[in-house]
Design a protein around this ligand. Sequence first.
Ligand code: ADP
Ligand code: MG
Ligand code: ZN
Length: 470
Amino acid sequence: MTEYEAVIGLEVHGQLNTRTKMFCGCSTAFGAPPNTHVCPVCLGMPGALPVPNRRAIELAVRVGRALDCELFATSQFARKNYFYPDLAKGYQISQFELPLNGKGELTVELDGSPLAIGITRIHLEEDAAKNMHGVGGETLVDFNRAGVPLMEVVSEPDLRTAAQAEAYLKKLREVFLFCGANDGNLEEGSFRCDANVSIRPVGQARFGTRVELKNINSFRFVRLAIEFEIARQTALIAAGGEVVQETRTYSDARNETISMRGKEEAHDYRYFPDPDLPPLVLPEEMLARVTVPEQADAIRARFVASGLSSGAAMVLTSHPAFARYTDTVIAAGANAKTAANFIQAEVLRHARTDGLEATFPVPAERVAELLALVADGTINGKIAKDVFSQMVTSRRPPAAIIEEQGLAQVTDRGAIAQVVDQVLSDNPSQVAKYREGKTNLLGFFVGQVMKATQGQANPKVVNELLRERL
Ligand code: ADP
Ligand code: MG
Ligand code: ZN
């Protein structure tokens, strides 16, 4: 029997993190009432002229650099012509022959070994409007999204399995986030993926006919859609049939791909340079200014080098704001490991992320203050957790809470010794057992002393005194 392998190439559309649209000043905010963020430019009124968004260009340059792409100092906007109600102008402005970025590379880690995936290009374009079907039996069009800036990252057909495709997408999303270029939100559609899938007999150099899978809005669905499509095409070819070049969509309800339309070819779109937009020449000062922020891999390596476990480093780089928060706590003097443990156990429980933003219950500097009070022996770790939960609700500095409620740790040996003696005289039989060799009773005595001091006795001093006396 012939063995087949899949060939997969991905096209990712990422909304660039700008306040305004690609060619006009309208807001890009998500979720506004329909048709409230519109103007003559993004409604496609004749004669309205587009002006490119500098920030969008800078962000796409940044992502290009993060992916080691060749950067073209001159690129060109073109018109991609087609008719559809969500495209008022009758064409989409996109880059075609001369994109902003050429070939690059993204390395993912899969089963512990690295896999380099080629990037074909990254180009700029504008989003279309949104058709809303079935409203009172009609289709309505919301133009708020029309003209929102997008970067399209096209991969080489280097991927061979659904798992590789998923790993690539997750890594690309991480790069987008750590570049501050895109919020990586698949549900809201600001990170969208089309998967091109074909199969061929193992050993054959020529690619098979590809099918393009569109509108898949979760990583899991990408994997399932590709897996389904590989099985469908393999069965088709094995039975002597032929794959038709077409666009299909994935239905999660049915876990299968469904034919949408025949796949159009580039020449169908009658691309030509947009006469309203001169060639995009990147200014020297922009090239000098746009740098790539520290990426997740580098931050993880740095965290591990400062003593964190790779698991902790992973959690604390799962969002750029978590990494920044951790860095701020450590920079304010906290021990790296202590800070990492505390942030993971206490802070992240209350943290909320919203796209590229995150809100924390307590500013990083305050957590650093709290950890400093543990480090200098003012309070112990257990009390620190209580103080922290009060900081979350009262927003007051830790020192004030400790002072006000008299939570400071008791380190005075004399005072602790009194309690220790009391506990020992209250429990004569336990003392006798301890002295007969049941030394694991030490924990019991420590517990009694801590209870009597409302957890405020310095545990180190308590242990020392108990051992002395016993
Ligand atoms: P289009 O817009 O027509 O889909 P693009 O060039 O933007 O064309 O994207 C083509 C994508 O399809 C790329 O990711 C490429 O790697 C992938 N691709 C091309 N040929 C094949 C093939 N035979 N099998 C699978 N993927 C393919
Ligand atoms: Mg495509
Ligand atoms: Zn507008």
